[in-house]
Design a protein around this ligand. Structure first.
Ligand code: ADP
Length: 476
């Protein structure tokens, strides 16, 4: 059994669950302990007790530990990428890239530990100086989803530790392998017992124990809208700092003057790669009249050529869906789309391969209307809906006509249109002639409207969540 890591020790549980490979349901990658409420509380107690020494301890020690973690992740990217591809289903190159990204994130935040945004300001009163200091928030609860099993934990754990917080980390129970491997690396990095704790387990047990514990000072969550709402309700009336990244229904606008080749590339990459299981996926492709027919033909031809298969097969471009319930959800939305009157131009069927996996042919809907359910709700699968628009203004209106606002893309060769879209798109991230999915690790990540709550993550923005400001007045 792969145990949890609590107060510097590996702790087994009464219950463990197999880590099933979605490319081959007959294969388990091992059993992983499911912590219960009591063990979760032990982890919170440990993080609470370790806080004072850690926050006041050597910054150089923090820098060294985070750097060491980053170095090991980068050195083991092939091996850990293989594990990630096996448990989550993304292709091997995507998975290796994700592990490398996690490594770079640790290295980036190892240096950020040296530059908290503290400053000395002259006081308006003579003889005084004012210091504005950044201090750790305290015990940080981290709850992550299954779709980026190592990058999302990295972009929460690294800044939490860098700025002197202690951590209770609950990964998604569907993909415990990458989280366990990361915890094992952290456990050997010189970080003192209790500073970092891993509690894998069910959301209803471990997650709920975290959201009901007053000793958690700040909680960061990435996952579905439904769970986000539950967490917000659980914390209502409390002063726990909360940050949430939730769904998206990201538009990619293609205007008449776009490079057809670039637009198709962005659409295929954004909608179908990683099996569409990204909160930044382009699920609504909004195409203006003059290019619509040519675009749909080229997009369809490209979609038909995509190779769906085992995540470790070098020919595979689209890996399996992560689990049966997600596959059911994808297929249910595909049926809804057909009933709503959208035309299924390609795919949408489960397909068989040499191994018994959850393989789904990417689905391309055309003739869609933004009022359809498949254009309103996040599907989280390889399903693209092409929505025709009269012109750019109309396309922009449709793009913004959603409760979500994580990211938005446009393919155009017009600088004027690109600038206008950048300003008027109501999203936290905007991509011009680039896929909506795929972001850098050293700049802020986050959305507008219902996609995000609280401050943004990553890059310099991370300090806003993981530190609190103290103002000190000094009279010598
Ligand atoms: P996804 O399906 O994308 O992983 P979920 O919202 O279902 O999104 O899950 C995201 C994370 O939230 C997972 O780690 C899950 O176990 C956890 N979770 C689920 N329910 C709760 C809950 N009630 N309280 C806290 N965390 C939860």
């Amino acid at each position: 059994m792969h145990a949890n890591h609590i107060n510097g020790r590996w702790v087994e549980s009464a219950h463990a669950a197999p880590n099933i490979n979605p490319s081959n349901l007959a294969e388990s990658l091992g059993d992983y302990a499911h912590a219960d409420e009591a063990q979760t509380q032990d982890a919170i107690t440990a993080a609470h007790s370790a806080l004072d020494d850690w926050r006041c301890g050597s910054v150089q020690a923090r820098v060294d530990s985070l750097d060491l973690i980053g170095t090991e992740l980068l050195a083991r990217r092939q091996e850990l990428g293989k594990l990630l591809a096996q448990e989550e289903g993304k292709t091997l190159p995507e998975a290796i890239g994700e592990v490398a990204r996690a490594g770079y994130i640790f290295k980036y935040f190892s240096q950020e530990a040296l530059r908290p945004d503290s400053r000395i300001t002259p006081s308006v009163r003579q003889g005084l100086t004012v210091e504005t200091l950044r201090e750790p928030v305290g015990v940080v609860g981290i709850i992550t989803p299954w779709n980026f099993p190592i990058a999302i934990p990295a972009w929460k754990i690294a800044p939490a530790l860098a700025f002197g917080n202690t951590v209770v980390f609950k990964p998604a129970e569907l993909v415990p392998g990458s989280a366990w491997a990361l915890a094992e690396i952290i456990s050997r990095s010189g970080i003192p017992p209790g500073v970092f704790n891993l509690v894998n387990g069910r959301g209803s047990a471990v997650g709920a124990a975290m959201t009901s514990d007053l000793r958690i000072d700040a909680l960061t969550f990435t996952g579905s809208v439904g769970t986000g709402q539950k967490i917000a309700q659980a914390l209502a009336g409390r002063t726990t700092r909360l940050q949430m990244e939730m769904g998206g229904k990201n538009p990619l606008v293609v205007t008449d003057d776009a490079s057809l080749e670039r637009a198709v590339e962005c659409a295929v990459q954004g909608a179908f790669y990683s099996t569409g299981q990204r909160c930044t996926a382009s699920s609504r492709i909004i195409v203006t009249r003059g290019i619509h027919q040519r675009f749909v033909e080229a997009f369809r031809a490209k979609a038909e050529s995509l190779v769906v298969g085992h995540a470790l097969d070098p020919d595979t471009q689209i890996g399996p869906v992560v689990d049966e319930s997600q596959l059911e959800q994808d297929l249910a939305y595909i049926a809804i789309g057909k009933n709503e009157g959208a035309t299924l131009a390609w795919g949408g069927q489960r397909v068989a391969r040499a191994t018994n996996g959850l393989f789904l042919q990417p689905a391309l809907f055309v003739d869609c209307d933004n009022s359809m359910l498949i254009c309103k709700e996040e599907i989280f699968g390889p399903v693209a809906a092409v929505i025709p628009a009269n012109d750019y203004e109309h396309a922009l209106h449709i793009a913004n006509d959603t409760p979500f606002g994580l990211c938005a893309g446009i393919c155009t060769t017009s600088l004027g249109i690109a600038q206008h879209f950048k300003t008027h798109s109501r999203a936290g991230m905007v991509m011009v002639n680039a896929p909506t999915a795929g972001v850098d690790y050293h700049v802020p990540f986050g959305g507008a409207k219902a996609s995000s709550y609280g401050s943004h993550e990553q890059g310099p923005a991370a300090q806003e969540f993981y530190t609190t400001t103290k103002t000190a007045y000094i009279c010598p």
